[in-house]
Design a protein around this ligand. Structure first.
Ligand code: NAP
Length: 243
């Protein structure tokens, strides 16, 4: 049987691109969405028209019970999970002094708690199979911090901490855990920026362009292929941030 992968937040943007790419490569894809049901159905249809079948499963992965149900669906149907891609995320552009407890809880639960909960739910099966790969979608702001995105930066720095520590704990069980830290990628998440602002950002990027969702999906391909990388935060940012 082909490798089974769960991708959280696959209805749009980066997650959607990863879902398409892996389905076309022949993996068994369980694509999670939360609010964007229409987009998720369109993704399934688009792939069906090309001859590929995927599952789309609604779950708010910031909630333990829904994360559990998503994993249960996958195990009941396929009996194993080889790869978990914790991609679901939200961002907010606000002065730190305007942030509320509600903002904190929403962003931390969606971006960081979901990684904790989803990973905990899949790991027993991976340990049983003595094999697994977890890829967490982090951000350049988790590495260097982003002005007006403090809570987001905290959540992604937390994701990277989780990645590093969990990689050490799970290495002996042959489970690899890595983060991908994209810089600026064209998706709905960045629709808050004007054309002029995007041009200014482009000028700061040594490779002279904003990234595309395929730039990130190709890194996922590589991490699946590779068997000796774990605990790493891999930056995909055109040289925008070099640490
Ligand atoms: P996007 O286009 O806004 O898509 C976000 C995805 O996350 C959507 O599919 C959304 O699903 C899903 N999602 C949000 N909350 C969820 C929840 N509670 N449960 C399940 N799914 C949820 O964003 P993107 O740019 O593709 O971002 C994907 C990841 O890359 C995020 O973790 C983001 O932080 C990270 N990232 C992006 C960039 C960038 O420049 N775009 C840079 C660095 C890092 P629904 O709409 O169905 O709710």
């Amino acid at each position: 049987m082909s490798e089974v992968v769960i991708i959280t937040g696959a209805s749009r943007g980066i997650g959607r691109e990863i879902a398409k790419r892996l389905a076309i490569k022949g993996l068994t894809v369980v694509a999670n969405y939360n609010k964007s049901e229409k987009e998720a159905k369109e993704l399934r249809k688009e792939l069906e028209e090309k001859g590929f079948v995927i599952d789309i499963v609604k779950a708010d992965v910031s909630k333990r019970e829904e994360a559990k149900e998503l994993v249960k669906f996958t195990l009941d149907k396929y009996g194993k999970i080889d790869i978990l891609i914790n991609n679901a995320g939200i961002s907010e552009y606000k002065l730190f002094t305007d942030e509320t407890d509600e903002d904190w809880n929403k962003i931390i639960n969606t971006n960081l708690y979901s990684v904790f909960a989803m990973s905990q739910e899949v790991i027993p099966n991976m340990i049983h199979n003595k094999k697994g790969l977890i890829i967490n979608m982090s951000s350049a702001w988790g590495v260097v911090g982003g002005s007006l995105e403090v809570i987001y930066s905290v959540s992604k720095a937390g994701v990277d901490g989780l990645t590093k520590a969990l990689a050490k704990e799970l290495g002996p069980s042959n489970i690899r855990v890595n983060s991908i830290a994209p810089g600026m990628i064209y998706t709905k998440m960045n629709s808050k920026f004007t054309k002029e602002e995007l041009e200014e950002i482009k000028e700061e990027i040594p490779l002279g362009k904003i990234g595309d969702t395929t730039d990130v999906a190709k890194c996922v391909d590589w991490l699946i292929e590779d068997k000796y990388t774990t605990g790493q935060v891999i930056s995909i940012n055109g040289g925008w941030i070099i640490t």
